[in-house]
Design a protein around this ligand. Structure first.
Ligand code: SF4
Ligand code: SF4
Length: 682
């Protein structure tokens, strides 16, 4: 092929004089300036908050920004949304880069004329071919995305999505800009092959790369230069208007989400700040009751909310008709911040909303812009608890935990009752233990929890693990007070436990409760504890792999379905180990529709286990239906709180289906297949 590579390029600014070009740049800069002013004003609002003192290392911040914002890590979790979001976002980014490159080509040519007396035009040849093909492709992606987004908005109208008029205006405007952009491209191509405009006309091999514009160019054969110019101005003004309205729509998350991801501090999910005792002493205030008391990052994250409703759709409180809707919490806080009405949040968010939360973390797990709803909620709860707004059974639980160091309110002396007849050593009796079994209050005091603790101990003894327990030296980890909003009580318990743990210096801690696991592993770090903490599923899976537990022939058990506990699978990302344990004993393991990190809460977390609920208000009932839908004849759990809630709910549906801990299922199978006396470790 004999191509003249110099001809493989295009005209820009056809019929636009330098003066009008300058006016165009002025308009675009002014419209971008609207955004700059908006962001500047919001920055002042965010700066009202408390400084974030625990930044993540630069590498992780960049990873977060690239993964969550630019890489859209969470978006594909929702099929329809990702179908339009990914092409829309990628297309917008590519068009933005493309337009900027074209502007750079233009300025390079102007600058080289002035300084080198020779125009340099790099927008040509192979670069031009790649540029045009890429931009035309991604432009089609934006149109496809806009059409689907508008379909969703005007036809599907999902209840959970906040459909604000300005957002719709921005999407329609973007669609218009893209369609108009292709029409303008077609018109330019038609002009460039008109000998009256360009002689000789631009050859076909130079034009085909703008394949969309090229296809439609015959429609514009008779367009004059002045007609083109008018059209061009219409396009330019549409773009300027779009930039100007963007900050007032939720499409602003395109710019805010990367910033929120980059600045995300070292916050673990479902882990609020530790209440600063000095601040409490100085101000007499506990928790958050003013927008100013949230961290700056939390305030910034509120503005990134796009109203997609993913948090609402997965919330167990909302699903059971409680007044809490995590999306509305974010919207109400954002509006209070913007309207200057955030000085008394009791006027914005009710106690009923706050105390309905199970802190299950489903909302923040889904949120594509990383908003931490449970943390916002728990920090506000603290103020309400301090004001005496928590009443009823949950308040009684806090009272019992304060006086007896456990939510059941039973004496410390009874903490070893569960172990009767098992010859379980305490750390005083077996100071050279290798594994500390953290029994937890449910294991120590709840009838069903005690059975789980006994099953775990029998398995540890079978495997010859050198373990010990704290016995009466163990206290509640403080999980319930912390989630309910009694952070000072949590701190008292945490400090006591950390002191005890430091004295016995365990190499490894195994817990039977995901809440104990989360608290000791993640939250005690702030109190100087750095221990290896694992859940019993992890230890048992390890013992199976090492061959320390007898290998048995798995049995179908009529089908077993596993319910993932929120604080295990979602908050601490432990979902494989329980399945490995069950896999060793069960040949027919079934999965409910919502599983692993997308599990549905049993309703016990956040202190909700201690609150009265009518049957139709129980998330556990919804969960029981999902579990029974698999047809399994046994339900497996890995948390003593899930055991209580799921058992209660399953009973209301089918009382022939037992609920068992994974350790109980494994032990039963081992005892059935390999009966032998247990070895006792002293
Ligand atoms: S943590 Fe769970 S219960 Fe609380 S708002 Fe989020 S989804 Fe709802
Ligand atoms: S908080 Fe997050 S998940 Fe909820 S509506 Fe806003 S962006 Fe969507």
């Amino acid at each position: 092929m004999n191509w003249d590579w110099e001809l493989i390029t295009r005209h820009t600014y056809i019929g636009i004089t330098p003066l009008w070009k300058a006016i165009f740049y002025g308009i675009i800069l002014s419209s971008l300036g609207v955004g700059v002013v908006w962001y500047w004003k919001r920055l002042q609002l965010w700066r009202q908050g408390q400084p974030d003192t625990d930044p993540l290392p630069l590498k992780i911040r960049l990873q977060n920004m690239l993964g969550y914002a630019l890489g859209q890590k969470k978006v594909p979790r929702h099929r329809f949304a990702s179908l339009f979001h990914l092409p829309l976002y990628a297309g917008f980014v590519m068009l933005f880069i493309g337009t900027t490159l074209l502007a750079i080509a233009e300025w390079t040519e102007i600058g080289s004329h002035i300084f080198l007396e020779k125009g340099i035009w790099f927008h040509k040849g192979l670069y031009y071919i790649l540029y045009e093909v890429t931009l035309d492709l991604f432009g089609l992606g934006v149109i496809f995305g806009c059409v689907l987004a508008l379909w969703r908005r005007h036809v599907q109208k999902p209840k959970s999505v906040s459909l604000e008029r300005m957002d719709g205006v921005a999407v329609w405007l973007l669609l218009l800009i893209c369609l108009n952009g292709y029409a303008l491209e077609s018109a330019r191509i038609a002009l460039e092959r008109n000998p009256e405009f360009m002689n000789p006309p631009r050859p076909q091999y130079a034009q085909v790369w703008s394949f969309v514009g090229y296809t439609f160019s015959p429609l514009f054969e008779n367009l004059s230069v002045s007609g083109y110019r008018l059209w061009w101005w219409f396009h330019a003004l549409s773009i300027a208007s779009w930039f100007a309205v963007l900050p007032f729509t939720r499409l602003r998350h395109w710019f805010l989400a990367p910033i929120v991801a980059y600045y995300k501090p070292n916050y673990l999910p479902n882990t609020p700040s530790i209440e600063n005792i000095e601040r409490v002493e100085q101000t007499g205030r506990i928790g958050v009751n003013s927008i100013r008391e949230f961290s700056r990052w939390h305030l910034m994250s509120l503005d990134a909310c796009m109203g997609c409703g993913r948090c609402e759709r997965v919330c167990p409180a909302y699903a059971t008709g409680k007044p809490l809707n995590p999306k509305r919490i974010v919207e109400k806080l954002r509006d209070a911040m913007a309207n200057g009405k955030g000085d008394d949040l009791t006027q914005v968010i009710s106690d009923e909303e706050l105390f309905a939360c199970t802190t299950c973390g489903a909302c923040n797990n889904e949120c594509p812009v990383l908003i931490e709803h449970p943390t916002l909620i728990m920090e506000m709860r603290r103020h309400r608890v301090a004001e005496g707004n928590l009443r009823g059974t949950a308040a009684g639980t806090l009272q019992r935990t304060m006086t007896q160091s456990n939510p059941w309110g039973l004496p410390l002396a009874e903490r070893m009752k569960w172990a009767q007849g098992l010859n379980v050593p305490t750390v005083r009796e077996n100071p050279n233990f290798e594994v500390l079994f953290w029994v937890g209050c449910a294991g120590a005091y709840d009838g069903r929890g005690q059975q789980i603790a006994r099953a775990i101990v029998k398995l540890l003894q079978r495997a010859g693990v050198n373990f010990a327990v704290l016995g009466p030296e163990e206290r509640c980890t403080g999980d319930t007070p912390r989630r309910l909003g009694e952070d000072l009580l949590f701190q008292e318990l945490a400090m006591h436990n950390v002191e005890t743990l430091k004295q016995v210096n365990p190499r490894r801690i195994v817990t039977m409760c995901p809440h104990c696991l989360h608290t000791i592993k993640n939250e005690y770090k702030k109190f100087g504890a750095a221990f290896e903490v694992v859940h019993h599923a992890q230890l048992l899976a390890e013992l199976i792999q090492q061959g320390k537990l007898p290998r048995v022939q798995p049995d179908s058990n009529g089908g077993v379905v596993y319910h993932d506990p929120c604080y295990l699978a979602r908050v601490n990302r432990i979902a494989d180990a329980p399945r490995e344990v069950l896999g060793a004993a069960v040949s027919d393991l079934r999965e409910p529709e919502r599983n692993r990190d997308r599990t549905f809460c049993c309703g016990a977390g956040g202190g909700r286990m201690w609150m009265d609920e009518l049957p139709h208000e129980r998330p556990g009932v919804i969960r029981a239906e999902e579990l029974l839908k698999t047809g399994a004849r046994t339900v497996a759990v890995g948390c003593p709180f899930c055991m209580i809630m799921v058992s209660d709910s399953i009973k209301t549906k089918d009382d022939t289906v037992p609920v068992k801990d994974i350790s109980e299922i494994l032990l039963e199978r081992i005892e059935a297949m390999a009966p032998q006396p247990t070895s006792v470790v002293n």
